[in-house]
Design a protein around this ligand. Structure first.
Ligand SMILES: Cc1ncc(COP(=O)(O)O)c(C=O)c1O
Length: 399
């Protein structure tokens, strides 16, 4: 995996700084950016050997680029995966995973509590190509068991989920999936390997939106699929042909982001816990969703699977007299001066969004209600500012 490092020997924090790095003849200490589309061969025979797969080496940046390879190897070391396939975005990671591992007529069981665009991908796009999808409750294992058919190839979850931070038992879900030969896919975007390592808990495949905490500063789009060599082979085959490729520049930014992942995630989680505890005490807040709080329904499970509650806090506002739930949520969002009104998450800058009218607006009202996303729900991706400044920015909740 890495020429210079025996990965078994080092702690994850060290791997986040050191794993995957390959030096060129110039001896650079920071990973080089290979911003070129193709690679030269010494002669025609070498070109044939590279294309034929009998000689390893780079060919063309749609499917082999040294900067992207360094990113893949670093993330694979952090997740404990045999192989990582980097993609152009988190959505194309999900697409590559399904296109690589499923065919028309196959069946996927997915949690109802997933990112709105992931719901769209499964139910509006992949369904048109003959993929059968059943949506079930993230936390009700009986529903997963009952949804399985002989054609089920994948279980798909986010844990904690977006935006309600529901947590599922990864080991128990993997056992159900494996009974029928299906694979459990975990979108680990909210936690990152700094907080949760799903493969160690029995999952088969990990999805990342690198756009979020892996970047950590809101600059680039990217994604990744991780798992065994056997499972990643068809995923890589899809990427090589369809070209849902991560750009070398973005991989270079993500390499830098990963170096600070552990300290950033610790700081995000510390701030999020303090803010969530404060929100619970505010008169205008009906309910707070944060896995690190004792009041969270799966708090004990979350603390077994995760090293912290992570950086995302959702809460339901109480409407004032004459206000609808949406008006109350929008009024709070509009009263903020510091927190950015944007749907992205995982940035050093705290962000605030109204899921029902943004990230989940293309999901039907019935599906939103079934997933528990009310019009009064607000999501904050807690950043790295001082938590007292964040509380001050949400002061309208205390009035
Ligand atoms: C949990 C989760 N998965 C996947 C995605 C999609 O990632 P991207 O925007 O990089 O395509 C997002 C984006 O917000 C997300 O929140």
């Amino acid at each position: 995996m890495n020429k210079y490092l025996n990965e078994q020997q080092y702690h994850p924090e060290t791997l986040s700084v050191r794993a995957g790095a390959e030096m060129t003849e110039f001896g650079e200490n920071s990973e080089a950016l290979f911003l070129n589309s193709s690679f030269r061969f010494k002669n025609a025979a070498q070109a044939a050997a590279r294309f034929g797969g009998t000689e390893p080496g780079n060919i063309y940046s749609r499917f082999t680029n040294p900067t992207v390879t360094m990113f893949q190897n670093k993330l694979a070391a952090l997740e404990g995966a045999e192989q990582c396939v980097a993609t152009s975005s988190g959505m194309s990671a999900i697409l590559a995973c399904v296109m690589g591992l499923c065919s028309a007529g196959d069946h996927v069981v997915a949690s109802r509590s997933i990112f709105g665009t992931s719901v769209q991908l499964f139910s509006n796009i992949l369904a048109r190509w003959g993929l059968q999808v059943t949506f079930v409750s993230l936390t009700n294992l009986d529903e997963w068991q009952a949804a399985v058919t002989p054609k089920t190839k994948l279980f798909f979850v986010e844990t904690p989920s977006n935006p309600l931070t529901e947590v599922c038992d990864i080991r128990a879900l993997a056992d159900i999936a494996h009974q029928t030969g299906a694979h459990l896919v975990v979108d680990n975007c909210f936690c990152t390997p700094a907080i949760q390592r799903p493969l160690e808990l029995g999952a088969d495949i990990i999805i990342h939106s690198a756009t979020k905490y892996i970047d950590g500063q809101g600059r680039c789009l990217g994604g990744a699929v991780l798992g065994s060599k056997l499972l990643m082979e068809p995923v890589y085959g899809f990427l090589r042909t369809a070209g849902v490729t991560m750009s070398a520049f973005n991989a270079w930014v993500f390499l830098k982001g990963l170096e600070t992942l552990f300290i950033r995630m610790e700081a995000h989680a510390k701030n999020a816990l303090a803010l969530a505890a404060w929100l619970e005490e505010q008169p205008q807040v009906a309910r707070v969703h944060y896995p690190g709080l004792k009041s969270h329904p799966q708090h004990a499970l979350a603390m077994q699977q995760q090293s912290s509650g992570g950086g995302i806090v959702s809460f339901e506002v109480k409407p004032k007299a004459g206000q609808s739930l949406q008006e109350a949520a929008w009024a709070l969002i509009d009263a903020t001066k510091l927190i950015s009104i944007t749907a992205n998450l995982g940035d050093a800058k705290s962000t605030i969004t109204h899921p029902a009218t943004t990230t989940h607006s293309r999901v039907t009202a019935e599906a939103r209600a079934a997933a528990g996303i009310t019009d009064g729900l607000v999501r904050i991706a807690v950043g790295l500012e001082h938590v007292d400044d964040l509380k001050a920015d949400l002061i309208s909740l205390a009035l």
